[in-house]
Design a protein around this ligand. Structure first.
Ligand SMILES: [Zn+2]
Ligand SMILES: [Zn+2]
Length: 141
């Protein structure tokens, strides 16, 4: 009977890499831009896997850190993008489009002027995330 192999720094780095790759390809299905973000993150993971296949084992830890850094930056970009666009139609706010139904932000709301206008003009049956947020809670974040 052979015992367990001694834990090595290499195994530890490899595990860190695998965890980073797992996080790269794991996103909540409901988030905005799910597919686009998953593609971008998968590309980062593949870049690292390609590098690890070619480079000496003592570079694995560095590659895992690199991937972590890139994923954090991707996450920050996504959050910034989300803050700067309408929560209903998802178009980026356009500060130059200040028509009553333009795509500038409506006051301090997370909505554009166009969507707020559509909401206010809506018929009796109209319902949307602006006038009835509870109905949509859990959807967009
Ligand atoms: Zn909008
Ligand atoms: Zn509405």
């Amino acid at each position: 009977m052979t015992g367990k192999p001694a834990p090595s720094a290499e195994a530890r780095d490899l595990r860190a890499l695998l965890e980073a790759v797992r996080d790269a390809v794991t996103l909540d299905y409901g988030i905005p831009d799910y597919e686009r973000r998953l593609v971008a993150r998968t590309r980062l993971a593949r870049t690292v896997l390609d590098a690890v296949a070619k480079e000496p084992a003592d570079e694995i830890g560095w590659n895992a850190d690199w991937l972590r850094g890139k994923l954090a930056a991707e996450q920050a970009d996504a959050e910034k993008r989300e803050k700067n666009r309408c929560g209903r139609c998802r178009r980026p706010f356009d500060p130059t489009d200040t028509r009553f139904d333009g795509h500038d932000r409506y006051g301090d709301t997370p909505w554009c002027r166009s969507c707020v206008d559509t909401c206010h003009e809506g018929s009796a049956e109209h319902i949307c995330v602006i006038c009835d947020p509870t109905r949509y809670s859990g959807g967009a974040r």
